[in-house]
Ligand binder design. Structure first.
Ligand code: ADP
Ligand code: MG
Length: 486
């Protein structure tokens, strides 16, 4: 093999870790990781490596540069996080690793995952630096020292220009979702940032696709990279696809009908345009569903609120365009609905790949009008087998109660700035207030707000008790986040 050329390590299509070939050793134990890290992985429930982790971690931990391609949800974050954490010296208060991400949400998700994976080690400080927040607080956080910085290219470049970010001690540079960063026009910013990093370093590039810009980046900034490609293919059986032919004027009502028939707890509905998002949202709300939309016009704060409510299961349907939803990691997603089947087969595969993750089966429904049949032919070719057509007339609203999300979100005014941690909120609800742990869902603490998911049945009481009591010894203001179905 010519070491100057990237070698291709093409692994088999992703299987869930549990189903994978038992002969392949997928245990984390074989990796050169600290015992505390291995113990933490156990605690997090990471029993086996995912295929992309198994293909990339041995090489990355050995110090190789990588170009890794695998679908969303395949566990790429841990692949680079474990690598950069393994090299980190906690006693050295300098930025030793930098992760570039396309958007603030992705940066937040990555930072969270790195913090979770770092729990086994000494106190490791992970800082996010993204646009949309003021520079000052970021600069003072940097002065206090951070081991790992996760951020968007533009903002990282700003800090470099003001000399508030020093990369002299850096030994790992990660480009996460590189194709998306290029789509967003970050090529030049990435070049500036990469040039500001020490030459002697490891560079890891992650991407779902491989456009020309990636090759150009890797030629300039990666050293004899290994290329790892996990074929974009979903496991047969885990995602159950059904196609429905619809007349154009039936399309939005058909979405409501699918929801009533299959009653998925969480559904991501893809629209091709923003106008269609708005129309669908209106139809669904009129039918009593708790639905939210994700689109470009939202302010950052509103966007965060939408994502938190969907991820914590207090919103049944998230209506989104491909651009708005790209890269989002939603753990539990029972169904994806293609309100309009997309003309791009690769996009179709990406969309439905959001469901049927880790250990659960998922539904993927596509609504197709007569003039969209050619799109389905392409999908069929890609799948390599015939698709399943079903008729809308098979669908019936399941009898009984309307479909409501199991949880409701409470918003506490106060967050990290007020030193609130998830444990404080859980303590307040399960202590004095007397609720059980099972009645409390996800708790997300942001800089200025805290979102708590509680079981629908106790929402009003939890709101009352939290307002009357204290969190961390202080009174707090609490609101019920709007719940259109009441
Ligand atoms: P990607 O970046 O490839 O889209 P993520 O890194 O966001 O995927 O991982 C998707 C989900 O899988 C996350 O919720 C993560 O915590 C989980 N995960 C990652 N690795 C493992 C593992 N080895 N075992 C179980 N869950 C994992
Ligand atoms: Mg990712």
């Amino acid at each position: 093999m010519n070491p100057a050329l990237p070698a291709t390590v093409t692994a088999e299509p992703a299987l869930s870790p549990a189903d994978a070939n038992p002969a392949a050793n997928l245990s984390f134990d074989q990796l050169p990781l600290a015992p505390a890290t291995l113990a933490n992985l156990q605690q997090l429930g990471y029993r086996q490596m995912t295929p992309i982790q198994a293909a990339s971690l041995p090489l990355a931990l050995a110090g190789r540069d990588l170009i890794a391609q695998a679908k969303t949800g395949s566990g790429k974050t841990a692949a680079f996080a474990l690598t950069l954490l393994a090299k980190l010296n906690p006693r050295r208060f300098a930025v030793q690793a930098l992760v570039l991400c396309p958007t603030r949400e992705l940066a937040d998700q990555v930072a969270q995952e790195i913090r979770r994976l770092a729990r086994g080690a000494d106190n490791i400080k992970v800082l996010t630096l993204c646009g949309g927040s003021t520079m000052r607080p970021q600069m003072s956080s940097l002065e206090h020292g951070a081991h790992v910085v996760v951020g968007t290219p533009g903002r990282i470049m700003d800090h470099l220009q003001r000399a508030s970010l020093d990369l002299a001690a850096l030994n790992t540079l990660v480009l996460d979702e590189a194709d998306r960063m290029l789509d967003m026009g970050f090529f030049d910013d990435i070049v500036v940032v990469a040039k500001a990093c020490p030459k002697e370093r490891q560079t890891l590039l992650f991407s779902a696709t491989y456009p020309e810009g990636i090759a150009s980046l890797s030629r300039q900034f990666l050293r004899q990279p290994q290329q790892i490609t996990l074929l974009e293919q979903h496991e047969a059986g885990k995602i159950r696809q059904r196609f429905y032919e619809v007349a154009p004027d039936q399309r939005l009502a058909a979405v409501a009908l699918l929801l009533k028939h299959y009653r998925p707890v969480s559904t991501l509905a893809f629209c091709n345009t923003r106008q269609q998002c708005r129309d669908l949202l209106q139809v669904l709300r009129a039918e009593g569903f708790v639905a939210l939309a994700l689109h470009g016009e939202l302010e950052q704060r509103e966007r965060d609120q939408v994502l938190v409510q969907f991820a914590n299961r207090s919103c049944s349907v998230l209506v989104a365009t491909d651009v708005a939803a790209r890269g989002l990691d939603i753990e539990q997603l029972e169904a994806v609905i293609n309100v309009d089947v997309t003309p791009d087969t690769e996009v179709h595969v990406h969309r439905i790949g959001r469901t049927g993750r880790v250990d659960q089966a998922g539904w993927a429904f596509s609504l197709v009008s007569g003039n969209q049949m050619a799109r389905v032919d392409n999908i069929e070719k890609q799948l390599g087998h015939e698709i399943e057509w079903h008729s809308l007339s098979e669908l019936q609203a399941a009898p009984g109660k309307p479909l409501l999300p199991p949880m409701v979100t409470l918003l506490i005014l106060g967050g990290r700035k007020e030193k609130i941690r998830p444990g404080d909120v859980l303590g307040a609800l399960t202590g004095e207030a007397g609720f059980s742990k099972e009645q409390i869902g996800k708790i997300n603490v942001t800089e200025t707000s805290t979102y708590v998911a509680v079981a629908r049945g106790i929402a009003k009481e939890a709101l009352r008790k939290l307002s009357a009591g204290t969190v961390k010894g202080k009174k707090v203001k609490v609101h019920l986040l709007s719940d259109k179905a009441g």
